[in-house]
Design a protein around this ligand. Sequence first.
Ligand SMILES: Nc1nc2c(ncn2[C@@H]2O[C@H](COP(=O)(O)OP(=O)(O)OP(=O)(O)O)[C@@H](O)[C@H]2O)c(=O)[nH]1
Length: 799
Amino acid sequence: MVLKKISTFKKTTQWRGIQCGVRWGIQPNDYTEKNLLFLKTCSYNFSSNVLHLRNIGISAHIDAGKTTLTERILYYTGKIKSIHEVRGSDGVGATMDSMELEKEKGITIQSAATNCKWNLNNIDYNINIIDTPGHVDFTIEVERSLRVLDSAVLVICGVSGVQSQTLTVNRQMNRYSIPRLLFINKLDRDGANIERTLHSINKQLNLNTLLLQVPIGIEQKLKGVYDLITNEGYLFKGKNGIVVEIITDKKQILNIDSSFSFDMVELLRNRLFEKLADIDDDFAEFYINNDMNSITSNVYDSIRKCTIENKIIPICLGSAKSNIGVQLLLNNVCKFLPSPKEVSNYGYIYSGGSGSGSGSGSGSSSSSSSSIGDYASSSSNDSGSGSSSTSQNGAKKVQLQCNSSLPMVGFLFKIQEDAMHGQMSYLRIYQGKIRKKEMITNMLTNKKEQVKKIMKMHANMAQEINEACAGDIIAINGLSGRTGTTYTTNIHTNLHLSNIFIPKPVISVAVEISKKNDVSKLTKALNKYTKEDPTFYVQTNEQTKEIIFQGIGELQLYIYKERLKREYNIDINLKNPKINFKETITKPYECSYTYKKQKGGAGLYAHVHAIFEPISENYNDSTHCLFVNEVVGNDLPRNFILSIEKSFKEQIEKGYLYESEIINVRMRLISGKIHEVDSNDLAFKKATIHLIKENYNNFCPILLEPIMLVETVSNYEHQSNILTSITKRKGLVTNIINSMNTIYIHAEIPLKHMFNYINEIRAITQGQGTYTMEFAKYEQVSKSDLDELIKKKQETEAR
Ligand SMILES: Nc1nc2c(ncn2[C@@H]2O[C@H](COP(=O)(O)OP(=O)(O)OP(=O)(O)O)[C@@H](O)[C@H]2O)c(=O)[nH]1
């Protein structure tokens, strides 16, 4: 493809990026077959220079515009030929929402990966993008994506500002220390307000932000954005905003937006430089000694450094749907976000056995550690030896090197299966290189598996490649590992990367199959879904033989019902959802039990003496259970202690208050007695069961229930109806925000009172109100509620 040089500097250009002194672009008629083929080919020529690779996630609250933004990014980078809207009238749907259900409902359900190329300053940047869902029920998709990405774009709606899922996603990004850019979207919508959005960002996200742009016009009059650093206005014209016009003439900007304030620009510009100078000493020196009218690379270098170190979060603006500001965002992704080489990632070497792979997290912490090259059998010329450090569970922490000549280390973060490609395992390669047909080691099973195919993904389309290098994100055919598995080549230590944080299920529903013949088809489908989604569990109730779905929320379980129908033609009904209650104990109690059966034949004898106590006063932060062996001397053989521990761990799966899992309990084994002939593992197991069962009331157990953080959104006139509905559902209102006639009510409501809330909220707001919720904490169930629950349970069981 011939890139056309557009010679005049301040004139319009078809953008693919800013070059130094010259601007280059693709003319619209350059989208010929030949050129698209070129773009396609060069898109897959990845990792030629890992410094020019960006692995970014696009995350936000529901409907903030992630998929619409990704569609524009793919269009401007030449990856797609035309733009299709989410739920657009052409019926095609956005590229990244490839699942039929996603297109139909206009929501993203699964994260989708793609890749594109953007040219900035004459350099081609390769960008791997993962578009994630906004709904909390699919939060695992955000979690697993952020676990393997180097940086992210957090999209915020310019009308609603920070919303409940913005907070969650921001917390998730903090968990993995992800450098990020904020993109304030939807500034073209009625009610858009930049000051209010910035205020909500500063108040609620606790981020040190750096505003880079201000809008030219707002709401329906939004025309472009003004760059505070270059002091230039940018208008987005032509078909789909592909023509970028740069304006420096103040009069011209005032003609477009008469309320535009250059005094405000001056103030914000100075604030930007002062903020940067406060954080970065090198920039401070430059700032004191230079006139900021002639901008040099120092400003960009400083923003880049502070963004990568997570000291600053730059903010860009625009409207994805109206095609405003996206090309500038792409420039800033390349300019300010890190390459894989600039992010520290770690592995953990466990001594003996198979490691849990659940180390304390990767991210950009700067503690010194050994290079994994030191632990490889192959000779490596880049072993970078540093001092090693030890993580909390005794594993040795080693730094991975983004270097393709070292032994390979990759992390499987997602599994997806479809009819066209079979099972695809998504891998992020942290170190080394992976080649087609090569054997790689599954570190959990220690078995070698063959890489049958390597693919670069573009939504649901795959392009086969022969090899992939450190820093890249790819899909592989032929692997059997589950989500969270580390794969390596030529590494002979027990190395695992830290696992993905997997939220626990809070809701379960019983499943009724319409046709009994569908059972084997159903088993196959559920195997696939549970493999793909680690937050979706399927169990069979031993007594009733009922199939139970467990998950994060009603929507997630409903989507699986729909998928069973569409993908496998299986009809099921979801019965009333059940809550995942937990039990905990509140008082320490010392007790003992002797299990004896010594009449005739081989007998059974075991005596167990232990203290049971809560681990922490805050059961929400506590580990589930702990077994501590405090037996002094050799009175109790090791195998019997192991039997007691095993039995304790089995017992806490079902408490004696409401048959719910027991959390926050520690068993301290003090002593035990044996009989020379009659003691065995079975006797000690039975003694432990009786010890817990018969003393359970003495531990003062309580029942805990999930409390959800709920955000309702509606017009002002429906506020009192919504407040009444919250009171009716025994909720506690924590905040009310009134913004331009829209009311946001935050409340904490027990999950058991949340069922069918969507129908109620629609009814009381004439269909325009909505809500989102996410798990907040576990809280004690009141005595009267507990009595009621027990009564209902007994009635159901008697039926
Ligand atoms: N007016 C306006 N509408 C927008 C803009 N960006 C997105 N939308 C619309 O907002 C709705 C949601 O957009 P999506 O791109 O699906 O949002 P999302 O964040 O990907 O949604 P989920 O993944 O389901 O959470 C769609 O109807 C879009 O057309 C924008 O800049 N301006």
